[in-house]
Design a protein around this ligand. Structure first.
Ligand SMILES: Cc1ncc(COP(=O)(O)O)c(C=O)c1O
Length: 361
């Protein structure tokens, strides 16, 4: 009899007795659209991250788009190809263009591989905490940063929560992220004025506090708002964020100790505490044999693989491709393995046995 497959991702859903009464309450309350629960959720998220200006939206992609607009839609911004498509799609949505810098060959995170002060007048950066590993923002002094922290809820950079450092930080509450609301996102703004504008932009450019007949819309707005139904789920789910992230961290540490013949990607800076949405391992064996290795691990009941295609291979982003040897190295040697809260002791042992079987050959 074959064993059930250990998934690479699994939605965390709070216990039924906590979640269901809140969903039922909001469904029959007479208000399921954007209302007081969105305000409450923003407040709870602000407390969690330790930043006062959090704006709840319909997805991380929406948050990224708003961040690009709030950053002034610069003609071009530094970005990374080692990410999910929405990162760079949002740059195009915001009428900007990416310029792909190279990546750290161990973490896949963006690095400053050029003297951009000399070569370019670009002063905005889209940075991604790939897999939940905080990107080293110290490499980019004086640059305005949009941090795509879709994978990095609860991660810490030099002891500070991710969300506290960049001009704008975005989080995803999509189905398989650490904490899900079904779908949803958060935009964290450093400045109050940006957050106020983001709240207008997320709903057709309309200020919710003003009567509909006296409101004046002066710029293009979107339908990016969160609903009270989503926020009710988020309020319950968020209470479990710490335990979820801690479970991911404990698993990463376990694998770092037990896996042989592969490099386990633990952090970019030693004093960071990543949130390990997935765990990345690196091996030269993956350069030519990744498909066979993935087929083998899947046959052993361990789901693993490469989660994202490097964006500069997509025709839409190819015009912005650069020579990036660090990315080439990372991309050819990487494999993502399960690391989440759902792993049992037996799952962890099976993952170790399965990986070590091919890595130590
Ligand atoms: C790095 C990254 N950024 C942005 C997103 C978009 O998130 P959402 O689905 O909430 O729009 C994702 C989604 O998986 C992602 O992986």
């Amino acid at each position: 009899m074959s064993l059930p497959v250990i998934p690479l991702f699994k939605p965390y859903i709070a216990p039924r007795e906590e979640l269901m009464p809140e969903i039922e309450r909001v469904l029959y309350s007479g208000q399921i659209g954007e209302g007081p629960l969105v305000v409450e959720f923003e407040k709870a998220f602000s407390e969690y991250i330790g930043m006062p200006h959090c704006v709840a939206v319909s997805s991380c992609t929406a948050a990224l788009h708003l961040a690009v607009i709030l950053a002034g839609s610069p003609e071009q911004m530094f970005s990374t190809a080692m990410t999910a498509e929405p990162t760079n799609m949002a740059i195009l949505h915001g009428k900007s263009k990416p310029l792909f810098l190279d990546c750290d060959s161990i973490t896949g995170n963006i690095i400053n591989d050029l003297n951009f002060n000399v070569r370019y007048s670009i002063n905005t950066l889209m940075a991604v905490d790939y897999g939940g590993i905080p990107v080293n923002l110290g490499l980019f002094p004086g640059v305005r940063v949009i941090e795509d922290a879709a994978h990095a809820l609860g991660a810490k950079r030099h002891g500070r929560m991710v969300g506290q450092d960049a001009l704008f930080t975005t989080f995803s509450l999509q189905a398989i992220k650490h904490i899900t609301t079904g779908d949803g996102g958060i935009l964290v703004c450093k400045n109050k004025e940006d957050a106020e504008r983001a709240r207008r932009l997320r709903w057709f450019g309309i200020d919710r506090g003003v009567s509909r007949t006296s409101v004046s819309v002066s710029e293009i707005g979107y339908k990016y708002n969160m609903t009270d139904l989503t926020a009710a789920i988020g309020l319950v789910q968020l209470k479990h964020a710490n335990e979820v992230v801690e479970a991911h961290r404990a698993n990463a540490k376990f694998f770092a100790k037990e896996l042989r013949g592969v490099q386990v990607v633990l952090h970019q800076e030693p004093d960071d505490e990543p949130s390990y949405w997935f765990l990345t391992i690196l091996s030269d064996k993956l350069i030519r044999n990744r498909d066979a290795i993935v087929a083998y691990t899947n046959a052993c009941g361990v789901s693993c693989g490469t989660v994202h295609r490097r964006n500069d291979e997509h025709p839409i982003f190819k015009p912005y491709a650069e020579k990036n040897p660090g990315l080439d190295s990372f991309y050819s040697r990487m494999l993502h393995i399960p690391c989440g809260w759902w792993l049992t002791d037996q799952d962890r042992e099976r993952i170790v046995t399965t990986i070590n079987a091919w890595s130590t050959l």
